[in-house]
Design a protein around this ligand. Structure first.
Ligand SMILES: *Cc1c(COP(=O)(O)O)cnc(C)c1O
Length: 402
């Protein structure tokens, strides 16, 4: 008999709400990609992908090949773009799964082309250009970013020649057999930060490149750039498709993104139960390293959640959990499988009581944002860190299923 000690409850109606509301922000002809990499940011890739597609998403985005295998094995037929690196030896699998892969260098494209031809197939691809993210992609801006009046003309020239080189390279890739290049995209480095100028520059650069391509009669069907922050804050970045990740899950990309622009609903809550309650005296040491010593006689509750569930050890004596509608402080170190909270001020806590780590109980809420702030990270990491040991429970218009 299943009796999950830690449950991530995923509200699929929230996924639907978020897809629909984000879609209202983009032009009708722009496609909507649901980014479901990393097990849908911890929410469970298959169920989220199915729900997102049913709610109006057109594409799925993933990072690794095994993520695509999981989706296809579940019978999902929507177009899938893989953002991550693909080794030439994986081309056959990518073709069999009908994936769109990402290429960013001519040599890479050449190898992929060779592999595809060897098995008499062709592989679909989108080209990734680096307009300022500084991660992967064909670099099309070789200028340094130091502003200088005298050098402005010179910089424009350098930029133009960098774009020319990129156009040339793209045309070369288009001529390769075995590769069907029909999309181009870029990724934003700072679309969620208050200062919008860097992202404006990235959009300008991408737009110029697309114009250069058009002038050369190079027609790439799907041009895309926007992540969640781009969708919410930069209408000019919507192009032919947008790629929604964190916002799909009802979380905002950062505290600097204006939450009034779109009302998102968080899809995940994380709960556990009390597995022991003990009265302890003053001066009682709690957990590994004896880092916490009780200041007075109190009651401690043990919660069966730990860093092996993805609940960071940085929450040691640094955070709270909800029990009986109160916030109880985490005391001592978070262990691999267990964490202790002090419930001395909370009446009637018993073994079996529900404990909320993310979500609401009574009139109190702990958000993924609040947890992120506590340990100096971002909500993305809080939800995507949850491991497979955490049971995912799905609810969809009232019906609950595992
Ligand atoms: C992860 C990712 C996204 C989604 O970003 P969010 O900020 O979560 O919306 C979009 N595009 C690419 C290439 C990504 O890797």
């Amino acid at each position: 008999m299943e009796y999950p000690l830690v449950k991530a409850c995923i509200d699929l109606d929230a996924i639907q709400h978020n897809v629909q509301h984000l879609k209202q922000m983009i032009p009708g002809q722009s496609k909507f990609m649901a980014v479901v990499k990393a097990n849908a940011y911890g929410h469970g890739a298959i169920r989220v992908a199915q729900k997102a597609l049913k709610s109006g998403a057109d594409w799925l985005g993933i990072a690794r090949l095994n993520e695509a295998v999981e989706l296809r094995e579940a019978g999902i037929q929507a177009p899938i773009l893989m953002f991550g690196y693909i080794h030439p030896s994986q081309v056959r699998v990518a073709v069999d799964l009908d994936l769109v892969i990402t290429v960013y260098e001519f040599e890479m494209a050449q190898q992929l082309s060779r592999e595809a031809r060897r098995s008499n197939k062709y592989v679909k691809a989108h080209l990734k250009v680096d307009t300022g993210m500084g991660r992967v992609g064909m670099i099309i801006d070789k200028t340094d970013k130091k502003p200088s009046c005298q050098a402005a003309e010179k910089q424009r020239e350098i930029k133009q020649s960098a774009r020319k080189k990129a156009v040339k390279e793209i045309k070369k890739i288009l001529r390769l057999p075995g590769i069907d290049l029909n999309g181009i995209y870029t990724h934003f480095a700072a679309a969620d930060s208050k200062d919008k100028t860097y992202t404006q520059m990235q959009i300008d650069l991408f737009t110029s490149l697309l114009e250069d391509l058009r002038k050369e009669a190079v027609d790439l069907e799907v041009c895309h750039a926007a992540n969640s922050a781009g969708i919410i804050r930069f209408a000019r970045s919507h192009f032919d498709m947008v790629r929604a990740g964190i916002s799909l899950y009802g979380l905002y990309p950062s505290f600097e993104v204006d939450q009034s622009k779109v009302a998102l609903v968080p899809a995940m809550s994380l709960t556990s139960i009390v597995t022991a309650v003990r009265n302890v005296p003053k001066g009682f040491y709690v957990s590994y390293g004896r880092t916490h010593k009780t200041q007075k006689p109190t009651r401690l509750a043990s919660i069966p959640v730990g860093y092996a569930d993805g609940f960071s050890r940085l929450f040691s004596s640094n955070g709270t959990m909800l029990v009986k509608g109160y916030k109880a402080p985490i005391v001592g170190r978070v262990c691999m499988d267990q964490t202790m909270i002090d419930v001395g001020d909370i009446p009637d806590v018993k073994t079996g009581d529900e404990v909320v780590l993310i979500g609401s109980q009574g009139n109190k809420t702990i958000s993924a944002d609040e947890l992120a702030k506590k340990i100096n990270t971002i909500n993305y990491e809080i939800v995507s860190a949850l491991t497979s040991r955490v049971e995912r429970i799905y609810s969809d218009s009232g019906s609950v299923s595992g």
